[in-house]
Design a protein around this ligand. Structure first.
Ligand code: BDR
Ligand code: CA
Length: 311
């Protein structure tokens, strides 16, 4: 299995991404989960990550708290999407498992130094603050990263928090810039893909029909999460952004995209946090990312439902 660190700001869709990873031990070995401030403040994301581990009955996975604010800007949160706990929807007990000792950034650094070079994949599902901080603090780890598979950005779908920016990149554009310029190979799941991974009624019924704690919790999370997108965009259901990352690790052939140059706007107030993706290759800037454009949504939901059934 592929060794990964999940860097996350749960978030209902983050929660489903984590569940999918924990349900897939043949393909994925979760070395640890690092929480970052994003959808809600750090204290809540660090708590929610542990709630999700307990829901999956995987209290063996260490959960670390990381950065509580972006590198250079005040934190922007998304309670309007995720509710005030970040995980509104199901009623889940407070976690019993403690946070792991130490800072998430140090866990990322130590893990990359300890494991063989090129064997650890980073999976950021929130703002890139923890990852960029680790790269700034310990540049020697950059070359040791196997790959970064992240959810963030948009090209044809432009933005969801401003007209031109996707939330994860917008919250900490300076961190995103560091990551995209690091030289590490990056696989990007932008809104172009995740807005096709919609939990329609039929798909939500399939989660509920699992008739397990996890099945009901996921159905209730997506029930809550879809309100925002339905009202705001007239979308057919909740977009499962972050699970695209973990699904890619299991079944990459579900996704297709282009290996292109992607740069992050950090200067302009108007387009701050935009992922400027050279989709049509109109520049000669070297490719730094596999920018996905398409997902086999039925295949994705079949995989997700089949795996959640194992928990
Ligand atoms: C991203 O922002 C968050 O609200 C979601 O968890 C996802 O990671 C989508 O723009
Ligand atoms: Ca997220």
């Amino acid at each position: 299995p592929r060794k990964i660190i999940i860097d996350t700001d749960p978030g209902q869709d983050d929660a489903v991404a984590i569940l999918l990873a924990l349900a897939s031990p043949e393909e994925i070995d979760v070395l640890g989960i690092t929480a970052v401030a994003g959808n809600v403040p750090l204290e809540l994301t660090a708590k929610n990550a542990r709630i999700v581990c307990e829901l999956a009955v995987h209290t063996d996975v260490p959960v670390f708290a990381g950065c509580d604010r972006p590198l250079k800007r005040p934190l922007i949160t998304a309670e309007h999407v995720h509710g005030k706990t970040g995980l509104d929807g199901p009623v889940l007990p407070d976690p019993q498992m403690p946070l792991a000792e130490g800072h998430a950034v140090d866990f990322i650094i130590d893990t990359l130094r300890m494991q063989d070079p090129g064997t650890v994949t980073l999976c950021p599902l929130g703002p890139l603050t923890n990852i960029a901080t680790a790269f700034l603090k310990a540049p020697d780890i950059i070359d040791r990263v196997q790959e970064i598979v992240l959810m963030g950005g948009a090209y044809f779908e432009v933005g969801n928090i401003t007209p031109t920016a996707e939330f994860n990149i917008y919250v900490d554009p300076e961190a995103a810039e560091i990551v995209f310029e690091s030289g590490v190979h990056i696989v990007v799941m932008p809104l172009d893909v995740t807005h096709d991974a919609l939990v329609t009624k039929h798909r939500n019924d399939a989660f509920r029909a699992l008739d397990s704690r996890v099945g009901h919790a996921v159905a209730e999370m997506t029930d809550f999460f879809e309100r925002y997108d339905k009202e705001k965009y007239g979308s057919e259901g909740a977009p499962l952004h972050d699970p695209c990352v973990t699904a890619y690790l299991i079944r990459p052939q579900l996704f297709s995209g282009r290996h292109i140059n992607v740069q992050i706007e950090t200067g302009s107030e108007l387009t701050l946090g935009m992922t400027v993706a050279d989709w049509w290759r109109v520049t000669d800037h070297p490719p730094n990312a596999m920018f996905m454009g398409d997902v086999d949504a039925d295949g994705f939901f079949d995989l997700l439902t089949e795996r959640l059934a194992r928990l």
